[in-house]
Design a protein around this ligand. Sequence first.
Ligand code: OOG
Length: 260
Amino acid sequence: MPDIALLADALADAESSARPIAQLSDSTSLSLSDAYDVQLFGVLRRVRAGDPVVGLKLGFTSIEKARQMGVHDVILGVLTASRDLGAGSSVSLGSMIHPRIEPELAFKLGPDVAALDLTDPRVDLLDHVTHVAAAVELIDSRYRDFRFTVEDVVADNTSAARFQVGEWVPFDTVRERVGDLSVTLRASGEEVRSGSTHAILGDPLEAVRAVQRLAVRYGHRLPASAVILAGAATAALPMAAATVYEATVEGVGAVMVQAE
Ligand code: OOG
């Protein structure tokens, strides 16, 4: 049996010191379920230290992204309050190891979702989506060279590092079109990534379904008014200092991050 606490400690230290470590799978045999245990252990410790869970995120929902990383499975990670950059905020790249940025679509769920029984087949999380927004996720693998197995990256909370969500718009106003909206990422004004929400599992509404399915499987809970990051719509972009990044989702909005 792997020592879950020890592995979670190694990842937490790598994150707080911004120094990468070797892949856990180099020295430990980890099942996917062990990896989710390591992830949850790390998250629960943060929660106990006063950093509450505010949402969940998916990884590898984009075919391009999955190809970039050489994996096939959709994975689930946890967003906590301290990783939310907040509106208009800047981020110091020195606090991370080798951050990359991804333009994403975010969903907001209703205040009642914490009480939902996600295992009940009559419960459809999509009925509880209230808003959508353009978002960016900053990912930062705690592993050397940004290389990992699926188990490694799950243990590392799916590389979650920071995120920022733009202005929320009511879900009803975009629901019919949400499956094919253009997504762009600009770096100091220059377009560096472009794609469509179609790249997110063929339809980002599938991401909400995937969150429900994986949350049930791995025992993740949804907080009230949870944010869901549906996963990247394009390949990730390595970040550079002194750069303003702006992600736009057609008909939804835009969100900006200033990297220092
Ligand atoms: C894993 C996280 C990927 C996404 O949107 O696909 C992710 C990684 O590539 O480090 O968040």
